[in-house]
Design a binder for this molecule. Sequence first.
Ligand code: PGA
Length: 248
Amino acid sequence: MSKKIYLYGNWKMNMTVAETEEFFKNFNYKSDDKIDIAVFPTFTSLHAARKAANDGVHIGAQNCYFEAKGAFTGEISISMLKECGVTHVILGHSERRHILGESDELVAKKVKACLDNGLVPVFCYGEMLDEREAGKTFDVMDRQIRAALKDLNAEEISKIIYAYEPVWAIGTGKAATSAQAEEVCAWSKKLINEIAGKDVKPVVLYGGSVKPSNSKELLSMDAIDGALVGGASLKPDTFIEIYNAYAK
Ligand code: PGA
């Protein structure tokens, strides 16, 4: 048990400012050489999260726009996020791809904009159930990953944190099996290195119904470096227990 575990909490459209402050009253953990912790609150709770959280917890956003400023009603710029203390941004999450209609091209522009401005993109990809059942899992992810990395050099590719999130496992309570998740995470690392033209030691997380009862098995897999957690990240005890269940 020597690898560093990435424990990232995607709060989605949950957690008001008051709830965010309450969360951090009960969450006193921070990143060290064994664990890297980040939470991704909704925009209006970012500032409060940065103020309330321990310095060793990264604060990330769930989205951003690629332009610096201007007439983009409803969007948010990278400099606005940085002003709130944000260092990471989730991009390409399946809820943005499939509910909000984000294309591979739009996601790629956002990834590039984050890298250009010193933010860590947490780039998500994954197949839908019908795609898996039709044997298209790897074709879909190949397209998603290549589109995002197309114009990036090896150094940029190495700075991204990758998250494999099968759409059918998100919010369903039905996580991928450790074998399924390992297969895709290992495959992803090979593809990312092939695109980069060298071994960039990509960090690849698994996301989709991760909870304390399945985290040990998932996080023990060789190619899985951590978890992107939705529902189970909303409660301080449950969130940290995802790591503790693995570590003990
Ligand atoms: P979940 O969400 O843990 O609630 O399935 C994961 C995610 O969407 O990142």
